[in-house]
Write a protein that binds this ligand. Structure first.
Ligand SMILES: [Ca+2]
Length: 81
């Protein structure tokens, strides 16, 4: 009887460890990148960001470009002038 209790305790510990191992890591969970900007990681709108709000320049922009980083629609966002 005691062995059965120990085994079930071990089993539930093993299951708990497996659940922890296969959880997405907190870092991965924070990766919230808008697919309109595939070469950089910019969070989707809202809130609407402007070029000074991001540390990137001259990055690839795909439509629909929710932040409107590429106002002249040449596929490059926040061109450095
Ligand atoms: Ca542009």
């Amino acid at each position: 009887m005691k062995i059965q209790l120990m085994l079930s305790a071990l089993l539930s510990m093993a299951i708990a460890m497996l659940i922890l191992l296969f959880q997405p890591s907190p870092i991965a969970a924070q990766q919230n990148c808008d697919p309109s900007y595939p070469t950089v990681c910019i969070a989707p709108a809202p809130p609407d960001l402007d070029c000074p709000d991001v540390s990137y320049t001259n990055f690839q922009v795909r439509q629909p470009d929710p932040h409107r980083f590429d106002r002249d629609k040449d596929g490059i966002g926040c061109e450095a002038h």
